[in-house]
Design a binder for this molecule. Structure first.
Ligand SMILES: *Cc1c(COP(=O)(O)O)cnc(C)c1O
Length: 223
């Protein structure tokens, strides 16, 4: 897509989504130039699926945009991840939590994390099952170098927003329960759900963070 159309997409999205909802530009497979365009247009958070891609651009945009991990984080990438990410949205196992806590501690950082909820309970997907999130959150709270700031979910693989709605709604319920229990580090906890096809429904169901790729950058050629 041309620079102009990317800029136009960002502007209209920012006008459309309510002010309390944070926009994460999902940047997988996009060029540094494309990422620069969205930051110039006002995007303040860039989401990466791969540590390697984030490494290529994190330095270039340091101080201009925050950098979120939104893909599955492998434990052997955690050292690098704690250096470059401002938030890991995809905390999905206790083993990963332990590694993140250790490596963040090594560099004197407290790592903000969201628990990834496998809201559609698909066995081939990453994430904590909704019924296990409560117990898992209790364990995460004990790590000194992790700061639990909310929940994230992908929802089912579908382009039908109405099909996704009930999974978003279920995640919202768990989110509210945890919030009421004081499980999150900050009052303004994050509920990250919704992508290009589903962000409207996700916001209706309580998302205050949406991750949008194709609706900003156009269709992905690869990846
Ligand atoms: C790619 C991706 C998105 C954005 O998807 P689009 O359909 O391109 O908007 C959001 N979240 C995650 C975790 C992704 O991998």
């Amino acid at each position: 897509m041309s620079r102009n159309s990317i800029e136009w997409n960002v502007r209209s999205l920012m006008e459309e989504i309510p002010a309390h909802v944070k926009l994460v530009a999902a940047a997988k497979t996009r060029s540094e130039e494309e990422i620069k365009t969205v930051i110039d247009a006002g995007v303040r958070i860039v989401g990466h699926n791969y540590v390697s891609e984030a490494l290529n651009t994190a330095q270039a945009f340091k101080g201009r945009a925050r950098c979120h991990m939104i893909g599955h984080l492998q434990r052997n990438k955690v050292s690098k991840a704690v250096e470059i990410f401002d938030m890991v949205e995809t905390l999905d196992s206790l083993r990963l939590a332990k590694e993140l806590d250790k490596k963040a501690g090594n560099i004197g950082k407290v790592m903000p994390v969201l628990i990834e909820v496998n809201s559609a309970e698909e066995t081939q997907k990453y994430g904590v099952m909704p019924s296990d999130v409560m117990e898992f959150a209790g364990k995460i709270e004990k790590f000194e170098n992790l700061s639990l700031e909310g929940l994230m979910t992908m929802g089912p693989l579908t382009n039908s927003p109405e099909e996704a709605r009930k999974y978003f709604s279920r995640t919202r319920e768990v989110f509210e329960e945890l919030k009421a229990m004081g499980a999150f580090s900050s009052e303004c906890a994050y509920l990250s759900m919704g992508m290009s096809a589903t962000y409207k429904v996700a916001i209706e169901e309580g998302a205050n963070m949406v991750r949008v790729g194709t609706a900003i950058f156009g269709p992905r050629v690869t990846g």
